[in-house]
Design a protein around this ligand. Sequence first.
Ligand code: ATP
Length: 588
Amino acid sequence: MIKINFEDFTRMLERIENTNSQNEMASILSSLFKDISTEEIDKVCYLALGRIAPQYEDIVLGLSEKTAQAAISLASGSSKSEVKEETRDIGDIGEVASKMIKNRENPFKDYFDYTGELSVKNIFDGLRKIASTSGKGSQEIKTKTLASMLIEADDIGRKYIARLAEGTMRLGVGDITILNALSVAFFGSKLRKTELEHAYNISSDIGLVAKVLQTDGIKGVNELKITLNRPIKSMLAQRVSNFEDIKNKIKSRDISAEEKFDGERIQVHKDGENVKLYSRRLTDVTSQFPDLVENIRKYVKVKRVILDGEAMAYDFENDLFGSFQILMRRRRKYDVKEYRKKIPIRYMLFDVLYVDGESFLNRNYPERRDKLETLVEESKYIALANRRVSSDLDAIDEFFQECITKNLEGIVCKSCAKDSYYRAGGRDWTWIKWKKEYISKLSDTLDLAIIGAYAGRGRRSGTYGALLCAAYNYAEDTFETVSKLGTGFSDEQLANMPEELADARIDKIPARAVVTKEMEPDFWFTPKYVVEVLGSEITRSPVHTCNWKEEQKQGLALRFPRFIRWREEKSPEQATTTEEIVQMYKGQ
Ligand code: ATP
């Protein structure tokens, strides 16, 4: 196994940056994975994704532009205002670093110390140092360490170090691209991706999967166990267009209809007194909900457990659930104490995934639910989702009506079959959602990734006139356009849009995006922001690439799209999939 030097690594990053094809990206990465050292394989995975740790670890880069500029100023010997000016002209901090810094004696050598050739590991460790330094004097350490790293690298290396430090890597590599690359590197084809993906779904750590694959082979990967403080990808629900289809799709005689909450999905990991909370995006949100942490300690009666549920804003005086929008005000780093009082929450539990060293993923739903009932002392702060179990659809419908009068979103119907396992990261027919929108004849909403924007004209000049929105094609690992969205925004939302989306702006079509000539926008965005859109129907389209059929030269499009809200808690890969859109199209 060879250690790869940083220079070779950055040449490869450049090749990835210059391609739009996910297959080519996977092939470039796989050639690298073939003979890389165990010490570096995980680091390469993280860095290619623009990170320095798995998503769930609270170690993130993302230095402010000002700090990155200060480091470039130190490294280049230019003044801060010169660097600022270059950034204004060029836009990309990586290009600025590459242009302004020249090889020279390094006055900050002590801050970034290494021997021999500059390696991936050296750079990774330097970046980790920058991210984890805190407290008094930390700003100086961060800037000087970064300056030192920039001096030591070459032009191309500087470009990527600066982008990584600022958190603007945007190579376009996704988790699935890496899993494909690992499969190709170790088995010659993408065929083993499913096993790798399963390991990833239960560990949420792509670096770990890569490392285990390299040291212990596929057997080791298949034996990976779920562990406390490593989130598990959430199981998701399918949808149907007709209520009666619930009965056809769910294979068990009995159906368990549970209340459906429109709050924030939170996975709880309790290890004695130590409690961690993870969001749907697998980020650590523990510090946002200190009240939930206390209540878990108080009301969950088992020592080590992983629970799945939804946090809801709650009006305790009037005994009413609050809306998703109210809950979103709790998403904050500051004033947590104040908002804890202003917007109290109630945690509604619906699943258990692990109890005292034992995985519950392969236990069926009735067993999991029975277990869950023994684990929690219900209180006004924590309760189990109410449910009705029946084989009669009328009874299920009655329960649904009760739920919507309680101002809930609807129900989730769950199979009680022997094999109704918890499918981490899967969208399975053992869970089917049925919402109040469906009966009011409005179609369900779509969550779409923004990949472009069109310049506004007339009243909208100076901002965007419409956004180009894409579904995620999971099978191909691509983003396919389905909608040009220009309706439903308030004037204020419109005016703020260029600034709000600015950090996703790029100057060419994002990697993995598929766009026809006709739909080419004026501005491109790397898939980062997800928007919820309501439409009237799905139709065939000669200009949108969703589920594209080359012979007919046709894809699918959403007619009369209307903006509903931003979905901050969703990553672009969690957008509505092409497969779901095809189902919606067929079900109309
Ligand atoms: P999806 O999660 O399907 O991608 P979404 O985030 O837009 O889409 P919905 O379509 O409204 O959410 O419904 C699924 C979500 O409902 C789940 O991800 C979960 O967060 C939430 N949910 C609420 N109550 C329950 C419940 N009782 N069982 C399972 N999920 C529930």
